[in-house]
Each structure stands twice: as C-alpha cells, then as structure tokens.
Design a protein around this ligand. Structure first.
Ligand code: DC
Length: 218
C-alpha cells in the first residue's frame, strides 16, 4: 500500500511530535525533511558550496549530532532559499513518500510542492509567542541558555524567511486541514491528526474496493 501523509507548518508548531505519533500509530515510515536542510546548513557552515553539498547528501548525513541547535536551524533556513538546493533534495523526498507501507513527511512544502497528491495534508500552526515559549523551554531543558526574546526573534526571523522566499514558500496547501495547536494539548492535536488520517484511509479503502468490484464485474 502506498499512502502519503504530508505535514507542514512553521517551526515549533508541534509537527515533529504529531508526525512521529501518526507514523507510530499507522506503522508508516517518517521523514523529518527539515533534517535535510539542517544537514546541508551544518556542512556549509564548515565550508562548502550549498548546491554541491545538497547534491552530495547521503542518508548518513541526517544522523550526525548537533543538527538541532538554533544556529543550524538558521543556517538551514538560509540554504533553503536556494532553488538548486531545494531541487537537489526533491527526488529523495518523493521516493520516500511513495515507499511501500505508507509514509509521513513533515516540512514546509510537502503538501504544496513535494507531494501535491498526498492522501492527507495537514497544516500545523500556532502563534509565534506560543512556539517561542515551547522552543525556549526545550532549549532550557537541553542546557542551552537563551533569553525568551532572542528565541521569539529567531522564530519570527525564520518564519519571515521560510514564508517569504520565492521558491516553495511555507503556506498551507489549498486542501490541507489546518490544526492550530496554540491552545491545544499535544494529545488533542495528535488525536485530531490521527482522526484525519483514519478518515482518509477508510475513504481510500472504500474507493479501492469499489474499483475492484467494478473490475470484477467488467
Ligand atoms: O523543520 P525544521 O525546523 O527542522 O527546518 C529547518 C529549516 O529548513 C526551516 O527553517 C526551513 C527549511 N525547510 C524547508 O525549507 N523545507 C522543508 N520541507 C523543511 C525545512
């Protein structure tokens, strides 16, 4: 079975947690596409041409330590503006999306550009202040000290760059279901996402059964 769940949204809206939970619930593979851009951004940080780095990226590059820092997030957002970098990463993402057994991809342009045919599209969002508070708490827990205002400024800067770029800007696909997690518990947000995927899977199964019956009767 091929079944793609596309999950987009700004930083710290909860899409990572929701994506992992949906993948676990349905036994789908999960790709955090932000890691591709983070891996490119991190490598470029130590020298290199972003396009050449993106073209040479291998899956092992996604498993290196230190890709979750605020500095790498900003570097990722900067290389993500370059069209040739984005183009170099398309095939890997599309192959992943159509793998046998189902896939969840989360990022910024999954429902709009990478998988416009995805069976389910979700847009996970929350206010900049709520997202900055979540990121700030996460950073405190991991021992990285940063003041809240700096985190909020970074969130806003990254939003502006990710939403304002010419190629594949962050925006909800026309047929995406929007989930605003600003005032929602993570459990409620996961439940809403799981319900949307369940409904789409049932619809796909019904359609497949109807096609089979038509084929059998023909
Ligand atoms: O999801 P994340 O915070 O790990 O993403 C880091 C940056 O990578 C993000 O600010 C923009 C870029 N990105 C992108 O342009 N397209 C994607 N599909 C995923 C991430």
């Amino acid at each position: 079975m091929r079944f793609t769940v596309a999950i987009d949204g700004p930083a710290a809206a909860g899409k990572g947690t929701i994506s992992k939970a949906v993948a676990a619930q349905f036994g789908f593979a999960h790709l955090d596409t932000g890691l591709l851009y983070r891996a490119v951004g991190a490598k470029v940080g130590v020298g290199g041409d972003p396009v050449a780095v993106a073209r040479a990226l291998v899956p092992q590059d996604l498993a290196v330590e230190g890709l979750r820092t605020p500095e790498v997030a900003q570097a990722a957002s900067k290389v993500a503006v370059i069209s040739e970098v984005r183009a170099a990463l398309v095939a890997f993402q599309r192959d992943f999306a159509r793998r046998e057994g189902g896939a969840v991809l989360d990022g910024r342009d999954i429902g709009t550009v990478i998988c416009p045919e995805a069976e389910v599209k979700l847009y996970i969002t929350a206010s900049a202040e709520v997202r900055a508070t979540r990121r700030w708490k996460e950073l405190c827990e991991t021992g990285i000290t940063q003041d809240y205002d700096a985190v909020l400024a970074e969130v806003r800067e990254r939003d502006a760059r990710d939403m304002g770029r010419a190629d594949a800007p962050l925006r909800p696909a026309q047929d995406a279901r929007e989930i605003d997690t600003s005032e929602m518990s993570i459990e409620a947000a996961v439940a809403a996402a799981v319900a949307a995927v369940s409904a789409a899977m049932s619809a796909a199964e019904t359609a497949t059964a109807a096609m089979r019956q038509l084929g059998g009767e023909a």
